[in-house]
Design a protein around this ligand. Structure first.
Ligand SMILES: [Zn+2]
Length: 413
């Protein structure tokens, strides 16, 4: 049985593969039908490209105009923060974007408090980057450590939930601790490292729910082994009403006001802050590195590099050919992958068999759980998903085979 599974996983029995919609890749970027919700226009250009250009045109500013907008926002932040110890809150993961935001705050004469969420998965390089950034910029750092027993249970619950959203607990907690810190210190601005030019193209089917507390709770209730008592969270009401109107907290996205070029930004933080690269995007966390290079490609046929690279193509930082070449490279070297996999299994206190069962379980979507999205007016989309699943539910090994056919070389161990 095991060898059959392995063969399926490697795509040796293509006739057993679940029927995917006909394979298509966007003519402009490299997004493809591994996003089941992708749409193409008559010229073969995908909906993500269309949305990318619309959002970048509407919500980003470049050159002198962007700089002026950023300066004027900074002077408002300085004025509102007079007499307070800090005038803004920043999140610091040790990655490129958050480190650069820290650098920008000092350039703009702001007095930030940096918050780091320690979910137990930091790589050593990330920890050193954080230390270097706050030391060189003389920024106060507050580290929020998650209760490990509770967080472990939640992470395992998301793995058992069998949706590709395994990073949602961390994303949700980060936003929660930033707001919590802003309220505690009476600060009205959160400077967020979200960067539309390089992060706009992640499809909902690959990652849903960073703001959806109802979804997180539903997964924890269904698959977790303990209640969430201390896990930092916020409701939709808090995010949409209480934080902006009662606490009057604004989120500012400074990276959308500069001519963001990843290579240049990286060079600045390496030179000025002693920052060191940890490989690819979001690999500052061992768990993220593992899920992005192994679990998502193998179980779900999802390679998030596709979305990252597609952003760089659309912003003119890579050609489509360079993007394809980037994707053809292995996501991680083989030795590191083996180390990460054993580390993850051990740290989550799972047995190899339990983990194999997680990998082989049929794929689910957030539509299979309670969520804000499942409430009206989106309920009909959930019904459509469940209907499609009933007609076409296959163990993920079959999906893996199909995925490895359409995306050769993905996440090979
Ligand atoms: Zn596209």
């Amino acid at each position: 049985m095991n060898s059959l599974m392995t063969s399926l996983r490697r795509g040796r029995f293509p006739s057993l593969a679940v029927k995917l919609p006909e394979y298509q890749m966007c003519a402009q970027c490299i997004m493809d039908t591994t996003d089941p919700e992708i749409l193409f226009d008559a010229a073969g250009v995908c909906n993500h490209c269309h949305r990318y250009h619309a959002v970048v045109a509407a919500d980003t500013m470049r050159g002198a105009e962007g700089r002026a907008a950023l300066e004027s926002t900074a002077s408002r932040i300085r004025a509102d923060g007079k007499g307070k110890r800090y005038d803004c809150i920043i999140g610091l993961s040790g990655g490129v974007d958050s480190s650069y935001v820290a650098y920008l705050t000092r350039e703009l004469g702001l007095r930030p408090l940096a918050i780091h969420l320690d979910n137990g998965w930091n790589s050593e390089i990330a920890a050193r980057n954080i230390e270097n950034v706050v030391k060189r910029l003389n920024i106060d750092l507050q580290t929020e450590v998650l209760d490990w027993a509770e967080f472990r249970s939640l992470q395992v619950a998301f793995l058992r939930a069998s949706t590709p959203d395994c990073e949602i607990p961390t994303d949700h907690a980060i936003t929660a601790v930033l707001y919590r810190a802003a309220i505690a210190h009476g600060v009205r601005y959160i400077l967020n490292g979200v960067n539309l030019v390089t992060e706009q193209m992640m499809p909902r089917s690959w990652s849903y729910g960073h703001f959806d507390w109802r979804y997180v709770q539903s997964v924890a209730r269904t698959h977790g082994d303990r209640p969430l008592r201390t896990f930092p969270h916020y409701t939709a009401f808090e995010h949409e009403v209480r934080f902006p109107f009662w606490n009057r907290i604004k989120e500012v996205l400074p990276l959308n006001y500069i001519d963001y070029n990843k290579a240049e930004v990286t060079a600045v933080i390496e030179r000025e802050l002693g920052w060191r690269s940890y490989g690819s995007k979001h690999h500052e966390s061992i768990y993220t590195r593992f899920t992005q290079t192994w679990l998502l490609p193998h179980k779900f046929g999802v390679d998030k590099r596709r979305a990252h690279v597609s952003c760089l193509i659309n912003s003119g930082q890579l050609t489509r050919e360079q993007g394809l070449a980037e994707l053809a490279r292995p996501a991680l070297d083989e030795r590191q992958f083996e180390i990460d996999r054993s580390f993850v299994i051990k740290k989550l206190a799972l047995t190899p068999n339990e983990f194999a069962a997680i990998e082989a379980a049929p794929i689910r979507s957030f539509w299979d759980y309670e969520s804000y999205a499942a409430s009206r007016p989106f309920w009909w989309e959930g019904l459509a998903w469940r209907g499609a699943r009933l007609l076409q539910d296959k163990p993920s090994a079959a999906r893996n085979a199909a995925a490895s056919q359409v995306a050769p070389g993905l996440g090979k161990p």
